[in-house]
Design a binder for this molecule. Structure first.
Ligand code: NAD
Length: 308
């Protein structure tokens, strides 16, 4: 039997930073699947300076030329409520937010100014907060919503010259982890995409033979699936590049008990002695919730009580 096409009829999707790169690819694919799309883009430089209506307009025109539905919005994500208002005014509802807008201000840490830090935190983290908070009451009322935040391997693994960006990208993972918990019972799902794609943000950092295989269009289907009503994934980190996708997890070692019983203290020497067991990742595992982590504390207390 032919697999039915995933459609977005009557769904309204906001994509931030949709004038170029990944956001543009997302906007075109959502629109081709029947979604009404708000194409948000401030149209500034990759460092966050300036603004222009041109690139958002170009994507809207392309969607309309293909028979799709789209409107442009030129506000910064820091004015998230205005972007949500554009969706409500134009289409009467909001179902999906793809937090994609981003800038870079790369500097080695010793040269990083407070402005470099603040601008990057603001666009990535505060921008995602502002727009998602503005849409949240609509999602709660209609008991439906799909949210994407965009993280990065620079956050997961660190990257020279990107202390500000790495921190912002991990901040978004924390935001998504908690939104996933708060939204679960209301059918509001939040997931994290970790893309690697050819764009103006990566043109000078990736080797050319890899760069040409990293089409943003190969990541868009992953984001579109995560935002479909059939997709039950929630709170997951999904990495994608090159026409490949995989799930990422935080894992923790089994660790080591540092004191023989509940009445003993722990000295730095106890930690030194047990260091290889503390950091032994051979039996590491993933925890699905803070409750699972807390439950392990009870196991540790029992081990101390019995002296094992
Ligand atoms: P891009 O520069 O082509 O697109 C980002 C868009 O965001 C631009 O069009 C820009 O004008 C817009 N934008 C910037 N600040 C804005 C603001 N305040 N309000 C509204 N729009 C704003 O870059 P891209 O590579 O397509 O990146 C998209 C997202 O993916 C970013 O969050 C980026 O950090 C993330 N990312 C990209 C890669 C990659 O390999 N390209 C890797 C990891 C993460």
């Amino acid at each position: 039997m032919k697999q039915p096409e995933l459609r977005f009829a009557d769904r309204v999707v906001i994509i931030t930073g949709a004038g170029a790169g990944l956001g543009r690819a997302y906007a075109l694919l959502f629109a081709s699947r029947g979604a009404s799309v708000v194409v948000n883009d401030l149209g500034g430089s990759r460092h966050g300076d300036g603004s222009s209506t041109k690139i958002a307009d170009a994507v809207v025109n392309e969607i309309r030329k293909n028979g799709g539905k789209a409107v442009a919005n030129y506000d910064s994500v820091l004015d998230g409520e205005k972007i949500v208002k554009t969706a409500i005014d134009a289409f009467g509802r909001i179902d999906v937010i793809v937090n994609n807008a981003g800038i870079l201000r790369d500097k080695s840490f010793s040269k990083m100014s407070e402005t470099d830090w603040d601008l990057v935190q603001n666009v990535h983290v505060k921008g995602a907060f502002k727009i998602t908070r503005a849409a949240w009451p609509y999602f709660v009322k209609q008991k439906y919503g799909r949210i994407i935040v965009t993280a990065s391997n620079s956050g997961l693994y660190g990257n020279f010259g990107q202390a500000n960006y790495s921190a912002a990208k991990m901040g978004l993972i924390g935001l998504a982890n908690t939104l996933a918990i708060e939204g679960q019972s209301k059918n509001i799902h939040t997931n994290i995409i970790v893309p690697t794609a050819a764009s103006r943000l990566t043109e000078d950092v990736l080797p050319p033979e890899i760069f040409e295989q990293l089409k943003p269009e190969l990541i868009a289907p992953v984001v579109v699936w995560l935002c479909h009503e059939k997709c039950m994934e929630n709170g997951s980190i999904i990495e994608s590049a090159l026409g490949w996708a995989g799930k990422c997890h935080v894992i923790r070692s089994s660790g080591s008990v540092l004191r023989p019983d509940l009445s003993s203290n722990v000295t730095p020497e106890d930690v030194e002695k047990k260091w290889s067991a503390i950091t032994d990742m051979s039996t590491a595992k993933h925890f699905n919730s803070i409750a699972e982590v807390t439950a392990e504390f009870l196991v540790t207390i029992d081990a101390m009580k019995s002296g094992n």
